[in-house]
Write a protein that binds this ligand. Structure first.
Ligand SMILES: O=C(O)c1ccccc1NCC(=O)[C@H](O)[C@H](O)COP(=O)(O)O
Length: 381
């Protein structure tokens, strides 16, 4: 299954944003569409890539997809879930004009990842339908309490609990660690005092895998595990649980409110903790209106531009928002760009009870020592 997933993801949408060696090129979505142009089309079979894509989409599918994006836009979500290839041909009159290329190239890295993930998940669902996953989660190792582990660590150390990320590569930084042994790194993190671990499972952009997640779980690591994925479909929740995840990431920049409500309910049903990630005021306000959210991550990295600014955590916890979070007893995680004890102190002062850290510790020769360096002291005891 995982090898299938990797093969699929390596051969999907090309990236105008990335140039890593692990990316392969596919001209389906880019050739001939460098600039927006208005073109007269007719009902004949088109050889143009975007029109070929349309021909396989039914009118109903087009309408559903279009309305999903419209709902997202009303909530301030800029990320489109799939390439907006336009209506199917029979939907268009013989002499209608349509803006070609409008949308056939992802606008940013997050959109590109989401489009790829959508294709990848559709293929995985065909191979492993939901009913097989429902059986598989009955046999999976039982879920562990992610939030309880964070709270216990905070109480024990008086410092933000660490979610340590098992991350080989990233779109913004390329390969972070060549000698990448996920189980060894996970054990080193646990030894260094991490409360929970985050395991990247996306193959194409992060060189991660579900095999890594499973291997870490099966190696007896006791820290609860976050499956760090780009969730676009509820099917992925079941898949993550079947592979031993205790928590999943839901990204508010990608998922409209209804999806977040629906997915957090499924998470509860199958024993997963949902870490809902926001990166601006609009996303935070949306999430604070949803009942039952217990864990919010504030990402200091803008996933559309890669800019990292840890003052984002402070900004989103100020004033009424911070007050509401305290009232609702939501645990907040500061994510990305944390490198020094001063950084940790800064986000703790802002109000976080946990931090999610990848680059600064995964790059250390000894990740256990890397944790002590990050906190300015040994937090394992
Ligand atoms: O890390 C990236 O380049 C990236 C690009 C696009 C989407 C997500 C991305 N990263 C996910 C994360 O948010 C980080 O892995 C995580 O917060 C840890 O960040 P860091 O400590 O800066 O490695």
């Amino acid at each position: 299954m995982e090898s299938l997933m990797r093969a699929t993801s390596l051969n999907s949408i090309p990236s105008p944003f990335l140039n890593h060696t692990f990316r392969q090129h596919d001209s389906r979505f880019t050739s001939g569409f460098k600039s927006t142009s208005s073109t007269l089309i007719n009902n004949g079979r088109s050889s143009l890539p975007c029109l070929r894509a349309q021909q396989s989409e039914t009118t109903d599918e087009f309408k559903v997809r279009n309305s999903q994006d419209e709902v997202s836009a009303t909530q301030g979500i800029r990320i489109r879930r799939r390439p907006p290839t336009g209506p199917p041909l029979h939907y268009v009159g013989p002499f209608e004009f349509r803006l070609q290329n409008e949308g056939n190239t992802p606008r940013n890295i997050l959109e590109e990842i989401v489009w790829n993930k959508d294709t990848e998940v559709a293929q995985m669902k065909d191979k492993k339908p939901l009913y097989t996953l429902k059986k598989a989660i009955e046999l999976a190792p039982p879920p562990r309490d992610f939030i309880a582990a964070l709270k216990a660590s905070y109480l024990r150390t008086g410092m933000p609990a660490l979610i340590a990320e098992v991350k080989k590569a990233s779109p913004s930084r390329g390969v972070l660690r060549e000698d990448f042994e996920p189980v060894e790194i996970a054990k080193a993190y646990e030894k260094g005092g991490a409360a929970c671990l985050s395991v990247l499972t996306d193959a194409k952009y992060f060189q991660g895998s579900f095999e890594n997640l499973e291997a870490i779980r099966n190696a007896g690591v006791t820290c609860p595990l976050l499956c760090k994925e780009f969730i676009v479909d509820a099917w992925q929740l079941y898949y993550a649980r079947a592979k031993g995840a205790d928590a999943v990431l839901l990204i508010a920049a990608v998922l409209p409110d209804l999806d977040i409500k629906y997915m957090t309910k499924i998470c509860k049903l199958i024993g997963l903790t949902a870490l809902v990630e926001v990166h601006d005021e609009n996303e935070m306000d949306r999430i604070l209106k949803i009942d039952g959210i217990q864990l919010i991550g504030i990402n200091n990295r803008n996933l559309e531009t890669f800019e990292v600014d840890i003052s984002n955590t402070k900004k989103l916890l100020e004033g009424e928002r911070g007050e509401k979070i305290r009232q609702k007893e939501i645990v907040v995680v500061g994510e990305s760009g944390l490198f020094t004890p001063d950084d940790v102190a800064y986000v703790q002062e802002a109000g976080v009870k946990a931090i999610l850290v990848g680059e600064s510790i995964v790059k250390q020769k000894d990740p256990t020592a890397g944790i002590a360096e990050l906190f300015g002291k040994d937090i394992s005891a």
